[in-house]
Design a protein around this ligand. Structure first.
Ligand code: ADP
Ligand code: ZN
Length: 835
């Protein structure tokens, strides 16, 4: 008897689809299945069993999970919540939980079956020129090509209609295959032949013979026999090579004494060669009183077995990581597992090393530079129950760990926890709190600069506040000095972008062989070129932004779409022979400092750390390692260097321009500035024997964010900023939803945005729609953009139910009348983007 099941497919439709499962299909909730949809195949997830029969239901094509379903029940519930809250489909949310190789999809290719006669060709060119053009293009390809490829070549939005007509007329045929599936990575292994393994007599006979003729082979055979009988598993070829040479092994295989096989590759990542973790095991350090108290409260909650969320507010260097490590150890003792989320993990190799050192083998780390295969291998190891601690960026939230006891969200204020694109546009921190609830687990959100939202939640009792006010090993927080660059310039005490105060401090540290970190949150050489005669500024051809000048590669680059352009050798507008570099990025700061140090007779090694200098795998680790060990003296970097680094020899932190983020169009601009300054200041003086100093250059020393950061007054900043948010009705007092419209036709985009805004229900007190408005970057990758903001009051609508209902109402009215493939609409709930 066939069963009917509901499947979530990875498409933006917010509904489930019913399929037929035959009796030999062993499906469970959470199983991956390949299902036909339209003329394609997708990997969907079975989410409901035994639903009412549906007459048109198509059969499931294939069940991918015969044994354990890929998605455990908790992740079904979590993705369901994400779909509801962030207004995407369940299938889209589930797709985020599966590494790509686990979700094969069909790919449609097209090839020519027969060419039209000359007469037919001419007729087609007259009556259906698009079809004729497509056919000519296809004729130029020998093997089948994907539809996407053809669309790109023709620069067409869609060629579905033409393909259908050509297929019906018998000119072409469409071929569907399923791609992306991956079997587990394997490697070569050897073991004794069945005969030798089962008969001691046979083994003895062979051995005696070999000892006479080929003693090396005899030796190898004994060693391999020992191994394979002990562990009852084939021996990896790699390991066998330690026992005997390749030649000897091959000879044994050739004689049939050994047989080769392929086994699943071991999933434990090789530990890094140059560890950035401290030599000692941090777990053995005695905890400070504050740390002990925090660990006790978490332990208590773990023992109660009820979900609870803590906000761990600890100043930089207060030993939050050690609190995490002890709390995790408690969860592991209870036989439970731990999930640790960190911002963009490739940026924090040091933290990975610290966890490896503390917990050894059971730690599995995800990072953004892993290949699809590595990611998949890690996923399988977790699903097989091989991991006790999983560490990774926001997507690690979906790790298929079972019996999760604790979820840590380190640097919980970090904007990288919010996924911007594609859907699901979820916030990793908030979704982590939900997962912890579903698991009856404890969540610990840690930061030196908690987000306003989280601190507000601590104030209302939703979260429980734990504080670490002092640095762990008795070190003092570094003194912070504000340097007013405008005053200094008047006094003639600025050398380019360096104040004399900062320059002298740098020279002093270099002489003492202490480390210096300089923050400049903009990469490249200069943020724009400008013609001094006519004011012309080179812009990206597809985005409405000025191009950044990169001196090292002598290119202009768009920091939004990544396109690069040659540097013009004269102004294309007025012909003036030079363009001037305006403003400064890290490359220019590096050059200026280098020149200033030389002028002062100081020789120092400067390293630049930004996403331009660290792209190849592992080079960030090397740059940091060189700096930690004194091979370089000064690091100049973007916000990459502000996070989490714990390097003892750093005694000076300089901020070249603190005002850079202050006036961007973002209601979080002040908060981001406060956080960045506090975090980067925290890299200095982290050992009690080496006090630190921080010098912040600014033109706005009285700005609240800068003043409060310089005084270590999180509380002052929080109260002040909270007041502003209350008045402007921004989070935490409201939820902000960003609805974005984009397309190549500006007028159409405007019309669609107007329509959506028009369909937003009016007169609901909790909801305020705003716009449509032009975003600060109006055109991105050739697409014009318009935005509608919708604010939902948190007091009147605490769970956001009314807000979501209003958005869905507008959405369905809009799509009914305006559905079109030429305007793309995205909905970003709790947006973190600048507008
Ligand atoms: P945070 O994450 O709060 O900035 P870390 O966890 O990186 O701080 O700790 C800062 C430094 O203090 C680290 O080198 C850590 O090993 C050390 N540390 C933490 N706790 C203790 C302790 N109880 N005793 C001595 N050193 C400690
Ligand atoms: Zn661009």
């Amino acid at each position: 008897m066939d069963r009917f099941v509901n499947v979530a497919v990875p498409l933006p439709m917010r509904k489930l689809f019913t399929y037929r499962a035959s009796s030999d299909h062993a499906v469970e909730r959470g199983s991956r299945v390949i299902v036909p949809f339209g003329n394609k195949f997708y990997t969907g997830i079975v989410v409901e069993l035994d639903v009412p029969p549906h007459p048109d239901a198509k059969p499931i094509a294939e069940v991918l999970d015969e044994q354990k379903p890929a998605i455990p029940p908790v992740l079904l519930d979590l993705t369901r919540w994400i779909a509801d809250y962030y207004l995407c489909s369940w299938g889209e949310a589930l797709a985020a939980a599966l590494p790509r190789p686990l979700a094969p999809q069909s790919v449609v290719r097209v090839r020519i079956r027969r060419m039209p006669s000359e007469q037919e060709q001419r007729a087609m060119e007259r009556r259906a020129p698009k079809r004729a053009r497509l056919l000519t293009l296809l004729a130029s390809h020998r093997s089948p090509v994907t539809i996407a490829h053809v669309e790109r070549q023709l620069e067409a939005e869609s060629i579905t209609a033409q393909l259908e007509a050509l297929e019906q007329a018998g000119y072409i045929e469409l071929l569907t295959s399923i791609e992306g599936a991956q079997s587990p990575p394997v490697e070569r292994a050897v073991q004794l032949s069945d005969e030798l393994a089962s008969s001691a007599q046979a083994f003895q006979r062979v051995l005696e013979e070999l000892e006479r003729r080929a003693p090396k082979q005899a030796q190898a055979l004994v060693a391999i026999a020992q191994h394979t009988t002990e562990v009852r598993a084939p021996l990896r070829w790699k390991d066998a090579q330690r026992l005997a040479s390749d030649g000897v092994l091959r000879a044994l295989v050739a004689r049939g004494y050994l047989v080769q096989s392929m086994i699943e590759r071991s999933s434990h990542p090789e530990p890094p060669v140059e560890s950035l973790a401290p030599e000692h095991n941090e777990r053995e350090l005695p905890l400070t009183d504050e740390q002990t108290h925090a660990v006790e409260r978490i332990r208590q909650a773990l023992e109660d077995g009820k979900p609870k969320t803590f906000l761990l507010h600890g100043v930089t260097g207060s030993g939050k990581t050690l609190v995490y490590i002890h709390a995790i150890a408690t969860a592991l003792e209870q036989g439970r597992t731990a999930l640790v989320l960190v911002p963009e993990i490739s940026l924090t190799p040091q933290l990975i090393d610290r966890f490896h050192r503390a917990f050894g083998e059971g730690v599995i780390a995800f990072h953004s530079r892993m290949s699809a295969t590595e990611r998949y291998t890690a996923w399988r190891a977790i699903r097989n129950g091989d991991a006790r601690v999983v560490l990774g960026p926001r997507s690690a939230l979906f790790a298929p760990l079972e019996r999760v006891g604790i979820i840590i969200v380190d640097e919980e204020h970090d904007p990288s926890y919010k996924q911007e694109s594609p859907a699901p546009r979820y916030h990793g921190r908030d979704a982590a709190v939900v997962r912890a609830h579903l698991e009856h687990a404890v969540a610990v959100l840690g930061s030196a600069t908690p987000s306003l939202e989280s601190m507000y939640n601590a104030g209302t009792g939703r979260y429980h506040l734990l504080e670490l006010a002092r640095r762990a090993d008795g070190a003092l927080l570094p003194t912070i000095r504000l340097v007013h660059v405008i005053e200094e310039r008047k006094r003639g005490a600025m050398h380019g972008r360096f104040s004399r105060i900062l320059l002298e401090a740098i020279i002093e540290r270099v002489a003492k062989r202490e480390g210096v970190i300089l923050l400049h949150n903009r990469r490249g050489f200069a943020p724009r070129l400008e013609c001094p005669e006519c004011g012309y500024v080179p812009h990206c051809s597809t985005c409405s932004v000025a191009l950044t000048y990169h001196k090292r590669t002598n290119q202009l680059r768009c920091h939004y779409c990544g396109r690069s352009y040659p540097v013009p050798d004269h102004c294309p507008q007025c012909g003036n022979p030079t363009l001037e570099a305006i403003g400064a990025g890290t490359q220019r700061i590096e050059d200026e400092l280098d020149a200033l140090l030389k002028q002062n007779g100081v020789s120092a090694v400067i390293a630049r750390v930004d996403s331009d200098s660290t792209s190849p795998k592992g080079s960030l680790r090397k740059l940091l390692h060189d700096f930690a060990s004194g091979r370089s003296d000064i690091i100049i970097g973007t916000q990459m260097i502000a996070k989490g680094l714990d390097i003892g020899r750093v005694t000076l932190v300089g901020v070249i321009n603190a005002d850079m983020q202050l006036y961007v169009p973002d209601f979080r601009a002040a908060e981001r500035t406060f956080q960045l300054l506090t975090q980067v200041a925290g890299r200095a003086g982290r050992r009690s024997d080496r006090p630190g100093e921080v010098i912040i250059q600014t033109a706005h020393p009285d700005h609240t964010a800068i003043r409060c950061a310089a005084m270590y007054r999180y509380d002052l900043f929080y109260n002040d900023e909270l007041q502003e948010r209350r008045e402007a009705h921004y989070p935490p007092f409201s939820r902000v939803v960003l609805v974005e419209f984009s397309g190549t036709d500006a007028a159409l985009v405007e019309q669609h945005a107007q329509a959506f805004a028009h369909y937003m229900p009016r007169g609901i007190e909790a909801i305020t729609p705003l716009g449509p408005a032009r975003p600060s970057i109006e055109r991105l990758e050739s697409k014009y953009r318009r935005i509608v903001l919708v604010k939902g009051d948190r007091q009147l609508d605490p769970n956001g139910v009314e807000l979501r209902r209003a958005l869905l109402t507008a959405w369905s009215a809009y799509t009914q009348r305006y559905a079109s493939s030429s305007v793309r609409v995205t909905i970003d709930v709790d947006t973190q983007s600048s507008l």
